[in-house]
Design a protein around this ligand. Structure first.
Ligand code: ADP
Length: 454
């Protein structure tokens, strides 16, 4: 500023001295006036250049002007750059924030005070069937027409969530959303949505399970209570008494089996996956299954079923002995229970061309219609309810088999033809099986992998 003032004074002095030398006092006066007009004119031109530069908005390069205007331009450029940087930082933080909300598993919709959609994330768009761009500023009531939501939206006092069908809901594939409206700012509302389909299904399954267990236990209990009352109140001869006690024993055995299967299932769900530290000898396991199956067949069938056992390769399986025995016995027991007396049942342990191993049980029973097959492993699902009960079935056997096979990394395959019979096969991965005496690197490598999974 001082330099600017000095340059102005210097300009006047030079003009004044020049004018004095040329025409004394009058010359000095005219020259001073001329010099000051010239100085102001030049200054104005520089100011105009700065103004033109600012209007162009090209802050990347500053015009070469000199003097105070140069500093004005430089400082303006630095200020603008600083603001740009700050704006970019804020923008990038906002982008990160929006990206995080976009990726959220919950839907988020911002509504203005009229109920128009100001913004929504991808999840909300999928939940309600919005188009993220096209539906902006549309009224929420025009897009979400479910009566449950309409009633909820119309009554802002409601503090609780409501559950409504999602946009992709269909009777065969239900989609249920939990929706919450939250007021904020001046009359704005935040609409949050959460997919609760799985939670609702789990709840329904739990309710069904409890109802099924109660029903399964209540039936034998009612029978038992009836017999107890009869024994208490009626004078019975020894034969009748013996008959009643036998029937009571059958019912208590039925309850015992049910509780035992329930405990097995709960153990399977709660225990860690089987690792590779325990190796089960297949010949011993198969011999145990065979002995149990022959005993059951003698008990249930006259004549007993001819049982064919193909013991296959002599090997060991990485897994839990009790679980494998339970799964294999369940398949064998079913074959015996659902096959008429005297008809053959074949059991086979074999290596498959894929390198996997398979334990299969083939019977010549009544077979199962194809529509039942996908549901057989559901708890308490029975095709032939009375046959299952008569032979002491709990409806949990195949659920246990499926769990065991999955825990050992395998799969359960069911093939059946009505009137001809069924084949139930447990397929186990190659890395869970080793031929006896085989300590090749392939098995040792998979050992550590199995241990990690376990
Ligand atoms: P359950 O204790 O009733 O046998 P499971 O879970 O073992 O229960 O089997 C479910 C249903 O599958 C059975 O009730 C039966 O209807 C059918 N099923 C199972 N194995 C066979 C089989 N080998 N032949 C025909 N039906 C079978």
């Amino acid at each position: 500023m001082i330099w600017r003032f000095c340059s102005f004074i210097l300009c006047l002095l030079l003009g004044g001295v020049g004018g004095w030398l040329y025409a004394e006092a009058l010359g000095a006066l005219v020259s001073v006036v001329f010099a000051s007009v010239l100085w102001v004119g030049l200054d104005l031109v520089r100011g105009l250049r700065v103004l033109r530069w600012l209007r162009k908005g090209d802050v990347a390069s500053t015009p070469k002007i000199g003097g105070l205007w140069d500093e004005v331009a430089n400082r303006t450029r630095r200020l603008v750059r600083l603001r740009d940087q700050q704006t970019q930082e804020v923008q990038s933080r906002l982008d990160d924030f929006l990206e995080a909300i976009h990726e959220s598993p919950n839907g988020v919709v911002l509504l203005d005070n009229q109920g128009h959609i100001e913004w929504c994330n991808q999840t909300a768009a999928a939940h309600f069937g919005f188009d993220v761009e096209r539906d902006l500023m549309q009224h929420i009531g025009n897009l979400v027409r479910d009566p449950v939501f309409a009633a909820y939206y119309a009554n802002p006092q409601q503090a609780h969530d409501v559950v409504m069908p999602g946009s992709q809901h269909s009777p065969s594939r239900p989609v249920r959303l939990s929706v919450h409206l939250h007021a904020y700012g001046t009359g704005r509302r935040l609409l949050l949505s959460r997919d609760v389909t799985a939670v609702e299904q789990a709840d329904a399954m739990r309710r069904d399970f409890v109802a099924n267990v109660s029903h399964e236990i209540r039936t034998p209990l009612t029978v038992l209570a009836g017999f107890v009352e009869t024994l208490q109140n009626l004078p019975l001869d020894d034969d009748e008494r013996h008959r009643y006690l036998t029937l009571m024993a059958t019912q208590s055995h039925r309850m015992q089996s049910l509780v035992s299967d329930l405990l097995t299932l709960s153990r399977l769900e709660g225990s860690p996956l089987p690792g590779a530290h325990e190796w089960v000898r297949m010949p011993r396991l198969l011999a145990q299954c065979e002995a149990d199956a022959r005993a059951l067949s003698v008990l249930l069938a006259d004549p007993p079923h001819p049982l064919h056992f193909d013991m296959g390769p002599d090997c060991e399986v990485a897994g839990i002995h009790a679980e494998l025995l339970s799964a294999m016995s369940n398949l064998l027991n079913n074959a015996i229970r659902y096959t008429p007396a005297g008809r053959p049942v074949s059991v086979r342990w074999q290596a498959l061309p894929s390198g996997r191993y398979e334990f299969s049980v083939q019977d010549c029973g009544a077979g199962i219609a194809s529509e039942h097959i996908p549901r057989l492993t559901e708890r308490f699902y029975r095709v032939d309810r009375s046959r299952s009960r008569e032979t002491g079935g709990t409806g949990l056997g195949l659920a246990i088999v499926k769990h065991v096979v999955q825990r050992h990394g395998g799969e359960l395959r069911i093939q059946s033809t009505v009137g001809k019979g069924s084949t139930f096969a447990m397929e186990l991965p190659a890395n869970r099986v080793r031929l006896l005496g085989d300590t090749s690197p392939r098995v040792l490598q998979t050992d550590s992998r199995l241990q990690q999974r376990g």
